[in-house]
Design a protein around this ligand. Structure first.
Ligand code: CTP
Ligand code: CA
Length: 234
């Protein structure tokens, strides 16, 4: 459902959101990448700003038209390309944030070396690219978070079975040490490169704290609602 006026329930809060997908260079003209458009992260930034938060949006390879959806006086965009750059930018933004949301799709691996000249077949057939693992950025942020900070991560799952998705998500939440883990189903109708999204938000003990389906803005609203509930003392 749409809403005429956003509540101001995030007023005075500082938030750091990552969006998009990292690109890991192979040579000056090629990279290892993924299909994340950055729309969900941009919607999270826009929703937070509309509700009064001060937002840093760390944007990995997000197009200008997607970023236009997050244009707001309270949103500062910091563009990055690689996982290493995204990690640096998020550590800096997170240092003074009340809430951190890692919506970006981060490459799990990067080429061990990037060629400084374009690879050419004249040099011979390229048979393999040696990879090294990227550090888990959100796990690092969660492990060294300032007192009282809420950390949220995402997980894109292609498994069609809802209970299998939840079980994997609960394990991932524990492993990363985050408060909330947003599971989005990545399939032909939902998730990457699509206007709509369908998510479950996994909290304490692997329980489903909330679920939402609809536009990425509607999903963003449900995520901020879940963050707010979690941060409100009862
Ligand atoms: N993430 C991260 N650093 C990485 C990889 C992922 O911070 N090097 C973050 C993503 O931004 C996302 C969350 O971790 O918020 C989940 O990513 P996902 O790929 O689902 O988890 P992985 O731990 O990489 O597990 P998998 O083997 O399923 O890819
Ligand atoms: Ca991964």
């Amino acid at each position: 459902a749409l809403r005429a006026v956003a509540p101001r329930d995030l007023a005075g809060m500082r938030v750091a959101v990552s969006a998009g997908g990292t690109r890991e260079p192979i040579d000056p003209v090629r990279f290892l990448g993924n299909r994340s458009s950055g729309r969900q992260g941009a919607a999270l930034a826009a929703e937070a700003a509309a509700r009064g938060a001060q937002v840093i949006l760390v944007a990995a390879n997000v197009s200008a038209d997607v970023l236009a959806g997050a244009r707001h006086p309270n949103v500062e965009v910091r563009p990055v390309a690689t996982a290493a750059e995204l990690g640096d930018a998020m550590r800096e933004a997170a240092a003074s944030a009340d809430v951190v949301i890692m919506a970006a799709a981060v490459a799990d691996y990067r080429p061990k070396t990037a060629a400084d000249q374009k690879l050419t077949k004249e040099d011979g057939v390229l048979e393999r690219i040696e990879l090294v693992e990227n550090e888990d950025i959100v796990a690092g942020l969660a492990a060294s978070r300032p007192e009282g900070q809420t950390v949220v991560s995402f997980a894109a799952e292609t498994n069609a079975d809802a209970s299998a998705r939840r079980e994997r998500a609960a394990r991932k939440r524990e492993r990363k040490g985050v408060d909330l883990l947003v599971v989005n189903r990545a399939d032909a109708e939902h998730g990457f490169e699509k206007a709509d999204n369908a998510v479950e938000i996994i909290g304490e003990g692997g329980a489903v704290a909330a679920s939402a389906e609809g536009s990425k803005r509607e999903v963003a609203r449900a995520i901020w609602d879940a963050v707010t509930v979690r941060r409100t003392p009862r």
